[in-house]
Design a protein around this ligand. Structure first.
Ligand code: ADP
Ligand code: MG
Length: 254
């Protein structure tokens, strides 16, 4: 048996009195493409943020590659990790958001080099070589010297993906990476994600792109109101949903 890349067991998260995650159980295998669908407000972003320790869970267990996120376990005791240890866990997890969040005063190349140089302490030469390779891989080798404002939304998002990959993550989280794009730019970003999937990257993708989920996902999960309503193969969940809530959601986005 291969170890799960992500394992969530009964994960709960509240903001004030509002419980947003009400006991999430799921497992993402190494190399798996995992698509998370669900209506707005169902807790998808919160769940991704918990995986990356941008939010702390209130109860349950959440681990990445066999390590609890944010805690060290000794016997039956849990100890909170220090900030530097949390940062080390976070370094291995790439995240791409709806908004590209590139540094506007840096070129595409500098954006991709930034974290390897500043955080991983790579030499500028090594970081530069790798950044150029990554920009090439997302189809932007010719655009390395451009500033974000000189790039289309789709190009900026591809730079954001290259920037996340520069940290050599073992897991990539995508939170509606194409939702802010003009429709004609969606395909080029999805194509880069498909390539990544083919190369074996473990990815959790929150998306309303049902076509992408159907074609690329190994597992599709439908979440609503803080719970996993159903999970399975795309052909089953998208092609033959069992739950009324899943059917209602799909009828709106398909
Ligand atoms: P989704 O990504 O599925 O649209 P979210 O995880 O963003 O859902 O949000 C789930 C619920 O949690 C929403 O009701 C949202 O308003 C609430 N929420 C998210 N983040 C916060 C926060 N930092 N403080 C308070 N409420 C939040
Ligand atoms: Mg969201």
């Amino acid at each position: 048996m291969t170890t799960a890349m992500v394992r969530a067991e009964n994960v709960h998260k509240s903001f004030g009195h509002v419980e947003v995650l009400k006991g999430i159980d799921l497992e993402v295998a190494n190399g798996e493409v995992f698509c998370l669908l669900g209506p707005s407000g169902s807790g998808k972003s919160t769940f991704l943020r918990c995986i990356n320790h941008l939010e702390t869970i209130d109860a349950g267990r959440l681990s990445v590659d066999g390590e609890l996120i944010g805690y060290r376990e000794e016997g039956d005791k849990l100890y909170e990790l220090r900030e530097s240890e949390v940062a080390a866990q976070r370094r291995d997890i790439g995240m791409v958001f709806q908004r590209f969040n590139l540094f506007p005063h840096m070129t595409a190349l500098e954006n991709v080099m930034e974290a390897p140089v500043q955080v991983r302490r790579e030499s500028r030469t090594d970081a530069r070589d790798r950044a150029l390779q990554l920009l090439d891989r997302v189809g932007l080798g010719e655009r390395a010297g451009n500033y974000p404002a000189q790039l289309s939304g789709g190009q900026q998002q591809r730079v954001a993906i290259a920037r996340a990959l520069a940290m050599k993550p073992k897991l990539m989280l995508f939170d509606e990476p194409t939702s802010a794009l003009d429709p004609e730019l969606v395909g080029e970003v999805l194509d880069v994600m498909k390539d990544l999937a083919r190369e074996g990257m473990t990815m959790i993708v929150v998306t309303h792109e049902i076509g992408f989920a159907r074609e690329v996902a190994d597992t599709v999960v439908f979440m609503d109101d803080g719970v996993v309503v159903e999970a399975g193969k795309p052909a089953d969940i998208i092609g033959n949903p069992q739950h009324a809530r899943t059917k209602a959601f799909l009828s709106k986005v398909l």
